[in-house]
Design a protein around this ligand. Structure first.
Ligand SMILES: Nc1ncnc2c1ncn2[C@@H]1O[C@H](COP(=O)(O)OP(=O)(O)O)[C@@H](O)[C@H]1O
Ligand SMILES: [Mg+2]
Length: 261
């Protein structure tokens, strides 16, 4: 379990977390939603130890993140930040192998190579293995970085807007693979999504952040009501349950009446 206790985070006057507390169970997919600029990415950076909070603590399996255990702490993570550019002359396979950087510095053995090829194959990217990543599309790069995060065999997997450049097919490949691996390998998976319908479909636990506070948390069907969405985004929506019982959210065009039925 990953635990955040009384976390306070601010950049000067801008408060991003105000004594924020929550815990994330292993074997579950946790999804953060919230407005642009509310501090979602900064929260992930704090959990990874990239940003030092003003107060509070972060623990994983009862071990606290401190300055002195930063390296072993990070070893437990697969972390895919938002908007990373792959501007290096490496093949897709080499980028995936970088996920095992510490092992690479020792020796590149056949089993490591096999693991990297399998990571690419599992998400339908094997055909790109030898391509220079500078020649890949934004969506293809995003998938390669996902394979790199998987290659780490993390205990905690954090993905910051992982589907922002993906087409419908690869959105489904990434999210299904993530969910299946999370459950099979008992990872703590935490991702930021903007698409509320994807969040509703894939989150076991949804965390709604706004103005430094967790304003709702729970199963999507229990919290994704029009009132909450209006409060968070200032947008009027209709919410229905789909055939699998997940909320389905549709925005209303301003000036148009609600759709019933
Ligand atoms: N290093 C920084 N120094 C000062 N302000 C920052 C820094 N990083 C982020 N911010 C500000 O903090 C706010 C939250 O940013 P971010 O965590 O990226 O939001 P989100 O991911 O929710 O869109 C933004 O207003 C951003 O400009
Ligand atoms: Mg962000």
């Amino acid at each position: 379990m990953l635990e955040v206790r009384e976390l306070s985070l601010a950049f000067d006057d801008l408060v991003l977390a105000d004594r924020l507390s929550f815990s994330l169970a292993a074997g579950k997919t946790h999804v953060i939603i919230g407005p642009n600029g509310t501090g979602k990415s900064s929260l992930l950076k704090t959990l990874f130890g990239d940003i030092q909070p003003q107060g509070g603590e972060v623990l994983f399996e009862h071990t606290r993140l401190t300055k002195s255990n930063l390296n072993p702490w990070r070893q437990q993570f697969g972390y895919m930040p938002q908007d990373i550019r792959l501007d290096v002359g490496l093949s897709a396979l080499e980028v995936v192998l970088l996920g095992k950087m510490s092992a690479l510095s020792l020796k590149l053995d056949d089993s490591l190579l096999e693991q990297a090829l399998q990571a690419l194959d599992a998400i339908g990217l094997l055909h790109l293995a030898n391509r220079d990543v500078r020649t890949l599309s934004g969506g293809q790069c995003q998938m390669v970085l996902f394979a790199q995060a998987l290659m780490r065999q993390p205990k905690i997997l954090m993905l910051d807007e992982p589907v922002s450049a993906l087409d419908l097919h690869f959105q489904q490949v990434l999210l299904n693979h993530l969910d299946q691996q999370t459950k099979a390998k008992h990872w703590v998976s935490l991702m930021i999504l903007h698409d509320l319908n994807l969040a509703a479909q894939y989150a076991d636990n949804l965390l709604v952040l706004k103005d430094g506070h967790l304003i709702a948390q729970g199963a999507p069907k229990d919290i994704l009501y029009p009132e909450l969405i209006d409060k968070v985004y200032g947008v009027k929506v209709d919410v229905q349950l789909d055939s699998l019982g997940a909320p389905f959210i549709r925005t209303r065009r301003p000036g148009h009446a609600a759709v019933h039925g």
